[in-house]
Structures are given as structure tokens and as C-alpha cells.
Design a protein around this ligand. Structure first.
Ligand SMILES: [Zn+2]
Length: 230
């Protein structure tokens, strides 16, 4: 092949890969939207997963926290017309009330270009605080609770099976209500937030665990409202 021919072939090769990358740069938005549907409509239940966490872990080996970030990045990208996933994630880290201002400021400094690094820099400037380190590694594992929820989901589907065979006399409605009660008692009790009363040392409020569930965290009094959410 002539040098010119090789050059043409390489250009074609470049175009092919480049088009593929461009097309897939926006895929994260569609993935995020699909995850949103599965999470918000609890579609994971029909696949036998008791929780969104279980679905994320078992299907993709990532935490629901990570899944929620993907969802958030997709949402933010759509709302603010951010060009790629990295930039969307950086923008999602900026408090919501500052996002529009950050994008406007970034564009004015770059002449219209939006990058993740610029969002991060300007975001910190505008929000006026550096991001704190995350310490999710220290959080107690919710695995035993997750297993119970999977067991509950299994119980529910087994019961359903049973009523179409030998369990025909079983009244499904109150049984499912009872299962729902059980689930609602356990599911929200995963300790997800560092205890605001003791800072994680262990106290009466957190039952010595150092961590508390969302509901308890949300009901904290006014003076604890600045407490760091993790
Ligand atoms: Zn405590």
C-alpha cells in the first residue's frame, strides 16, 4: 500500500472509532434513565431482588450509592446540557442551587467550553468550601439486612406460587399485607448516616453503632442540621 493509501485507511479507522466514542459519550444518560426507572418503580422486585442495593450488587457489582450517582449524573447532564459523564459527575457534586451559576461562569471563562475540571474549580469557588473526604468504608455493612430482604422477596414469590397449587385456601391479600409490613419495618432501618449525636463514637441514639438510618437522621433537631451527610 502507498503511504497515501495507508494514511487514508488510518483516517477511516480514526473516523470509525471516533464516531463510536461520540455516540457512546451520551450513553450514560440513557443508562442513568433506565436505572431511574428500575429504582423508582421498584422493578427490581419482579427480578427477585428485594432492594435496589441487591440489584446493583448482584447484577453489576456496584453499590446502590454508585447507582444513585449514575442516576444523578444523568439527571444533571440533561438539566444543564453537560457534554460528558465526567463533567456531569463533577456538576452533581456541586450543591443544586449553585449548578446553573457554575455552568454560566465556566462558559464565560472558557468561551463556551464545559469541562469537569473547570466545573470542579468554579464549583468550589462559588460554593466556598472544599469537598470533604468520604468515609463510606467505615459504615457498617448492610449485608445481613439485605439478605433478610431477599428472603422476604423469596417468601412473597413462594407464597404466590403456593396459592396456585396446594395453598389455594390461603388468602393472599392479608398475607401480602403482612409481608409488606415486615419489609417496611426492616428496609428503612439500614444505618446509612454517621450518628450526629456522637459523631460515630457510639451512644444511646445510635444504639452504640455509631451510625443511624435515614429516617432518624432526617428527624434530627435544628442544631444538628449542619451535620455531614455521608
Ligand atoms: Zn451515636
Amino acid at each position: 500500500m502507498t503511504t497515501e493509501g495507508t494514511e487514508l485507511a488510518r483516517k477511516a479507522e480514526f473516523e470509525k472509532h471516533h464516531e463510536f466514542i461520540k455516540a457512546n459519550m451520551v450513553m450514560f444518560q440513557q443508562v442513568g434513565e433506565a436505572l431511574t426507572s428500575i429504582r423508582d418503580q421498584q422493578l427490581f422486585l419482579v427480578a427477585g431482588y428485594g432492594t435496589f442495593e441487591a440489584y446493583c450488587q448482584q447484577e453489576f457489582s456496584f453499590t446502590s450509592r454508585h447507582g444513585n450517582r449514575m442516576i444523578q449524573a444523568a439527571k444533571v447532564a440533561k438539566e444543564h446540557g453537560v457534554p460528558n459523564e465526567y463533567a456531569a459527575r463533577k456538576l452533581a457534586e456541586v450543591p443544586e442551587e449553585h449548578r446553573a451559576a457554575v455552568i454560566t461562569e465556566v462558559k464565560s471563562r472558557t468561551g463556551g467550553k464545559v469541562t469537569g475540571h473547570m466545573i470542579e474549580d468554579v464549583g468550589h469557588e462559588i460554593a466556598g468550601e472544599p469537598k470533604e473526604e468520604e468515609d463510606t468504608d467505615l459504615r457498617p455493612s448492610a449485608e445481613p439486612i439485605r439478605l433478610i430482604l431477599v428472603a422476604i422477596a423469596t417468601l412473597e414469590s413462594d407464597l404466590l406460587q403456593l396459592t396456585s397449587s396446594v395453598g389455594r385456601f390461603i388468602d393472599l391479600v392479608p398475607c401480602r399485607a403482612a409481608i409488606q409490613t415486615l419489609r417496611s419495618q426492616i428496609k428503612p432501618m439500614v444505618p446509612t448516616h454517621r450518628c450526629y449525636a456522637c459523631g460515630g463514637e457510639g451512644c444511646e441514639l445510635c444504639k452504640g453503632l455509631g451510625w443511624i438510618p435515614q429516617e432518624l437522621f432526617d428527624s434530627r433537631e435544628e442544631e444538628f442540621r449542619g451535620a455531614k451527610r455521608v
